[in-house]
Design a protein around this ligand. Structure first.
Ligand code: PEP
Ligand code: MG
Length: 600
């Protein structure tokens, strides 16, 4: 017990390994965003960024209002929709925009604070008007302002300004909110929604931030800003107001984990080769060019998945051809001719973007997502992205991968677009990489069952187990209530994975796994035994997976995989893979699957 508060423990879903010990920063609900932001000063070098964040937030708010207006058009009286026209006028108001820019420029204030102050001046002026209609417009101004502020605070991460690093506690963090977190200020985070394979969890792992998701709602009632919290990202446990003994115990565990990983780093230059000489390629899943450094640090060979959508999310507009070329070129040059797999824009599902998507869907995961979005809704974006990829291809070893494929036609359509773009580039006398390898993500049951025909039109497969599990088992990967059914070792899932690998082998195509299980040592014996060529994972997972691979005998792994495919239940299958993990690398099992330790 610290102060007079008693220790409270709660169990959530382990989403990203590591320990965080520190004070809580409670992130508010969206509806409370109309409050005065912290008054602080910025450096002159930050002015341009703040102004661009301000305009991006205005654009995002404008798109939201237009979408709301569209949604209501069918349901409401046309006169009611006038409210939204009035709100749109506010987002377009030149005086307001200039007022905010002046304050950022001349008084060196951050965008959120400047915007709030200027809006308050408007509100004050409107409130004293004799006309009651105008007076009532102040509510609209505040409503729009709350929208803009919510975007600004997400973009700038400006809501957090503490002297020490904090653990974020929130009811929800979308993938874009998570991407906008400032790693220097955040020790880790815990949220009520989401599960281990949601994109919020994936980002946490990439950012090396310990995270726990799916926290019971009543836990929040006990927490206050500044409370002391321990977050155990390995087991999913949260301990609020820990006793001195508990805190000391976790500080010891934290220290021991740091020492273990420091020691493991000595193996970073070793190849991922089984004891009997089979070499696997371990590569990185990344979202940003800067993350290449972590892939190098952990000795990854290549990038198996560059999630290009993060160039679009939180951006102030759709990145143009030249901007994209610069990003891909930087990526390729940093990778020194090692293979880089860029996945084309995979928007939709839980990665939503108000600025790109024109309407809300009732079932986004079964909707216009991934390659469907690009072919169907925004072929202009796909064109620009493919042109940029073709042109950047000459700077290194680039492969392109298509997300959410369900049929052969989607690949053929992209291939025909590529041929057209190649002709266009030739006409324009612009250099490009011919014969760029094109791969399919196998992340829908349709793609896995159709592996034979798909193998004839692609150059490689990459198995996206995060979605493959979700779509095979009809389990929303972000739904914390269904976590108990989200089984990567479900016999139906394993049958699809095994089918895809067998087809790839018959066609001599490389096959990798790039879903989260590729970086989870509990599944390494199984995946190695099933015969994948490559495992692509968050960079900091490479060390533990390499250790497991190096301790395995291929013959034993193959035998285990064979037994796993005979299992009728997910748990039996997982037990076989984990038994092998405990046999060959107990130190890794202890850390990554401690809940199982007692059962062995
Ligand atoms: C997958 O579905 O396994 C995958 C790697 O893609 P994402 O997690 O980005 O949907
Ligand atoms: Mg996917």
């Amino acid at each position: 017990m610290q102060g007079n508060k008693s220790e409270k423990i709660c169990q959530g879903i382990a989403a990203s390994g590591g320990y965080a010990i520190g004070r809580v920063c409670f992130v508010r609900h969206e509806e409370n965003f109309y409050t005065e932001p912290v008054d602080r000063s910025i450096d002159a070098a930050e002015i341009a960024g703040e102004i661009s964040n301000f305009h991006a937030a205005l654009d995002a708010a404008r798109s939201e209002i237009i979408a709301l207006q569209e949604e209501l058009r069918t349901k409401a009286d046309a006169t009611d929709l006038g409210i939204f026209d009035a709100q749109l006028l506010i987002t377009d108001d030149q005086m307001l925009t200039r007022g905010v820019e002046d304050m950022i420029n001349n008084q060196l204030k951050p965008a959120d604070y400047a915007f709030f102050k200027v809006v308050e001046k408007f509100v004050a002026a409107f409130s004293v008007m004799p006309d009651s209609y105008i007076k009532e417009r102040t509510a609209d101004i505040r409503d729009v302002a709350a929208r803009v502020l919510s975007h600004l605070q997400k973009r700038g991460g400006n809501s957090m300004h503490y002297d020490d690093q904090r653990i974020i506690l929130a009811h929800d963090l979308t993938p874009s909110d998570t991407a906008a977190l400032d790693r220097r200020q955040v020790l880790g985070f815990a949220v009520e929604t989401g599960s281990a394979s949601s994109h919020t969890a994936i980002l946490a792992r990439s950012m090396q931030l310990p995270a726990v998701l799916g926290i019971p709602g009543d836990f929040f009632e006990a927490v206050q800003d500044n409370d002391m919290l321990i977050l155990d990202g390995y087991t999913g446990k949260l301990i609020l107001n820990p006793t001195r003994e508990t805190e000391a115990e976790y500080r010891r565990k934290h220290e021991a984990a740091l020492i273990f990983f420091h020691k493991l780093a000595e193996e970073n230059r070793l190849s991922a080769e089984t004891r009997d000489g089979f070499v696997l390629q371990l590569s990185g899943n990344i979202e940003k060019v800067e993350d290449v450094d972590t892939v190098h640090e952990y000795g990854g060979c290549g990038i198996g998945l560059f999630r290009s959508e993060y160039m679009f999310l939180n951006a102030s507009g759709v990145p143009g051809e030249e901007e994209q070329i610069a990003t891909y070129r930087a990526l390729l040059e940093k990778m020194n001719n090692e293979c880089v797999v860029v996945r084309t824009l995979d928007i939709g599902g839980d990665k939503l973007d108000q600025a790109l998507q024109r309407y809300a869907e009732p079932n986004p995961f079964l909707g216009v997502r991934g390659i469907r979005f690009c072919l169907q809704e925004r072929p202009d974006i796909l064109r620009t992205q493919l042109r940029a990829l073709l042109r950047a291809g000459k700077y290194g070893n680039l492969k392109v991968m298509l997300p959410m494929v369900t049929c052969v036609e989607e690949i053929l359509e992209v291939r025909s677009l590529i041929s057209e773009l190649e002709k266009e580039l030739r006409r324009e006398k612009l250099d490009f990489a011919a014969n760029m390898p094109i791969g399919a993500m196998v992340e829908t049951p349709a793609a896995a069952l159709l592996a034979g025909p798909l193998a004839k039109v692609v150059d490689f497969f990459s198995i996206g187990t995060n979605d493959l599990v979700q779509y095979t088992l009809a389990v929303d990967r972000t739904n914390e209530h269904l976590n108990y059914l989200y089984y990567p070792t479900h016999p139906a899932v394993l049958t699809l994975i095994a089918n895809c690998i067998a087809v790839a082998r018959r066609h001599n195509l490389p096959v990798s796994v790039c879903g989260q299980i590729a970086g989870d040592p509990r599944f390494t014996p199984l995946l190695v035994g099933l015969g994948v060529n490559e495992l692509s994972m968050p960079p900091n997972a490479i060390g533990p997976v390499r250790r497991v691979v190096r301790n395995l005998q291929m013959a034993d792994a193959e035998l285990a995989a064979h037994q796993v495919l005979e299992c009728e239940t997910p748990q039996k299958a997982l037990n076989i893979s984990m038994k092998m993990l405990w046999d060959v690398a107990p130190e890794i099992a202890e850390l990554t699957a401690p809940e199982i330790a007692s059962k062995q």
